[in-house]
Design a protein around this ligand. Structure first.
Ligand code: NAD
Length: 264
């Protein structure tokens, strides 16, 4: 550890278990000396998040469901009370009805479209507005996106539309908050087998396809996303904002993908 994050405090939202991308990020931050707060969504996840927080010496800032405004306010009141100010925020939250992460996008229901956009897109803005008040010496906000925002990926459907809106939000927020030295960026991660990913149809096939077609010929880990997040959340990236940084073994750079991998 080089202590890149010593003296910095912040909140990581979206840890569900030890396979979560948010967990990979939290570990990388703690390893560099950051002071962390974690939240959990609902009682079922509380039991998983509490021991993980303890492992990193992080404090648990309580339950947060981004569709419930009062839980957002409660978490930020807790942070204000506990620390007074924060330096970073990680948003690793997304949701869509599993039944619509398969088949055709054209069949998306209005109800799930709204819900997907609310949880996966609006939540970043809702959190940024609250974080702005606590980032009194500037700060760094990071969200997680996917290549399905840029190109049509099988089964990603409404989540791809949501990620496109999320990436646009990153740019608008970067402009709004830039004057306060608050930076807003996204990491576009390659596919990783997490709880959320298990809702996406044919996910194993997508993993194999990425492994076969990416320049590095492999998928990525939550720890690798964590290391890249460290750059975007630390002063190493002090002139970087409004950016979507790909951590995907280079997959997005390849125009002409090969034929099917022999073993898929
Ligand atoms: P995960 O299941 O571990 O994390 C998703 C988190 O979202 C969970 O902690 C869950 O509690 C939280 N969440 C869902 N609805 C919520 C709500 N209403 N209020 C508060 N929290 C809520 O899965 P993950 O793959 O680590 O997902 C983290 C982020 O990374 C998501 O934005 C996802 O889209 C993105 N991402 C994932 C991949 C991948 O392949 N796994 C690739 C690129 C981007």
């Amino acid at each position: 550890s080089n202590g890149l994050m010593i003296g910095k405090r912040g909140i990581v939202m979206g840890v569900a278990n030890n396979r979560s991308i948010a967990w990979g990020i939290a570990k990388a931050l703690a390893d560099q000396g950051a002071e962390l707060a974690l939240t959990y969504q609902g009682e079922a996840l509380k039991k998983r998040v509490e021991p993980l927080a303890e492992e990193l010496g992080a404090f648990v800032a309580g339950h947060c469901d981004v569709t419930e405004e009062e839980t957002l306010d409660a978490v930020f009141a807790t942070l204000a009370e506990h620390w007074g100010s924060i330096d970073f925020l990680v948003h690793a939250i997304a949701f869509s009805d599993k039944d619509e992460l398969t088949g055709r996008y054209v069949e998306t229901s209005r109800d799930n479209f709204r819900k997907t956009m609310d949880i996966s897109v609006y939540s970043l803005t809702a959190l940024a507005a609250r974080a702005e008040k606590l980032m009194t010496s500037g700060g760094s906000i990071l969200t997680l996106t996917y290549y399905g925002a840029e190109k049509v990926m099988p089964h990603y459907n409404v989540m791809g539309v949501a990620k496109a809106a999320l990436e646009a939000s990153v740019r608008y927020l970067a402009v709004d908050l830039g004057g306060k030295a608050i930076r807003v960026n996204a990491i576009s991660a390659g596919p990783i087998k997490t709880l959320a990913a298990s809702g996406i149809g044919d996910f194993r096939y997508i993993l194999k396809w990425n492994e076969y077609n990416s320049p590095l010929k492999r998928t990525v880990t939550i720890d690798e996303v964590g290391q890249s997040a460290l750059y975007l959340l630390s002063d190493m990236s002090s002139a970087v904002t409004g950016e979507v940084h790909h951590v995907d073994s280079g997959y997005h750079t390849v125009g002409m993908k090969a034929v099917d991998a022999p073993d898929i």
